[in-house]
Design a protein around this ligand. Sequence first.
Ligand SMILES: *[C@@H]1O[C@H](CO)[C@@H](O)[C@H](O)[C@H]1NC(C)=O
Ligand SMILES: *[C@@H]1O[C@H](CO)[C@@H](O)[C@H](O)[C@H]1NC(C)=O
Ligand SMILES: *[C@@H]1O[C@H](CO)[C@@H](O)[C@H](O)[C@H]1NC(C)=O
Ligand SMILES: *[C@@H]1O[C@H](CO)[C@@H](O)[C@H](O)[C@H]1NC(C)=O
Ligand SMILES: [Zn+2]
Length: 305
Amino acid sequence: MKIILSLFLTASLGASSAYGWGADGHETVGFVAMSASFLAPKALSFVRSSLGCTYDESLGPAATWADEVRPEPAYAWSANLHFVDALDNAPTSCSVSQSRDCPDNQCILGAIANYTTRVADTHLSAVQRQEALKFLDHFIGDIAQPLHVENIAAGGNGIDAKCNGSSTNLHSVWDSGMINRLLPSKYNNSVTTWAAALVTRIKSGSYKCEASNWIACSSTTETVSKNHDSHVNHGIIPLECPLVWAKDSNMFGCSVVFNFTSGQDLCTSSYYDEAIPVIEMQIAKAGYRLAAWLNSIFDGATHLP
Ligand SMILES: *[C@@H]1O[C@H](CO)[C@@H](O)[C@H](O)[C@H]1NC(C)=O
Ligand SMILES: *[C@@H]1O[C@H](CO)[C@@H](O)[C@H](O)[C@H]1NC(C)=O
Ligand SMILES: *[C@@H]1O[C@H](CO)[C@@H](O)[C@H](O)[C@H]1NC(C)=O
Ligand SMILES: *[C@@H]1O[C@H](CO)[C@@H](O)[C@H](O)[C@H]1NC(C)=O
Ligand SMILES: [Zn+2]
């Protein structure tokens, strides 16, 4: 694997500054989950009534809310919930550890556990439960983005690139740069067209065989096993599935993500051609998982093949 290690050593930013898949990626995750026949009756009914006309009763438009409020002082506390800084040695060795990487639950792993409990908590207000739903809608997308589960160079924010004369970085290329190139070239620049294509692949196309594995972990109550040395912190008990999903995404840090020599390579067609199938699969996976997760919460099982 071609890597310039000095890139990583010089990049020592503090926290991640990027927001996760850009708006297009997040909306597509939501639209995949909304696809006809994915959501079971109670989940669908809650989603529609909770989101209401503000969000067209859809997880698509609601998926970006968490990024929109993130810069507001009132939501500053939520900034660290969009990622987990896995302290692994990518691209040589990849791993995510609950106790090492999220000991206080103040990361995306704790957040998904937190909002899984809160979305179903009938003691909370409708506004609080809607927020919980919007956070799940968003974080189940973020956790599928390999650079949201990687500490190196602040999730790639510190690895500079210049594409078409504009400054960008590795994280941003994955969040939106390559998606911005994909949408006009293959999907008529439309997230709903993209989502429909991904749903077809899940139901009857190239993802059909693996889709059941994507949602194999769908227990909304199974907690991280004791030997992971996790602690109840801030009243949150970490769940097994978010950790499984994080590890799944983090593995790409040991294959395609850091497979370049210099930042300029990130704009080449060869990098794009390796990365874009992963991006499409991760978006489809996140949407399918989101539907399965909400079905597990509200209808007691995934109700999906
Ligand atoms: C859990 O949710 C509450 C309400 O949004 C929030 O104040 C708290 O910071 C959350 N904690 C985590 C780790 O998600
Ligand atoms: C592509 O998008 C344009 C503008 O939104 C629309 O008018 C057109 O019908 C779309 N074409 C296809 C094939 O969906
Ligand atoms: C890394 O990039 C080279 C070409 O630059 C390609 O042949 C190889 O398949 C890539 N490996 C991965 C894991 O993407
Ligand atoms: C650069 O711009 C051209 C023309 O707008 C576009 O076709 C191409 O996809 C862009 N390349 C990248 C890496 O964004
Ligand atoms: Zn985010």
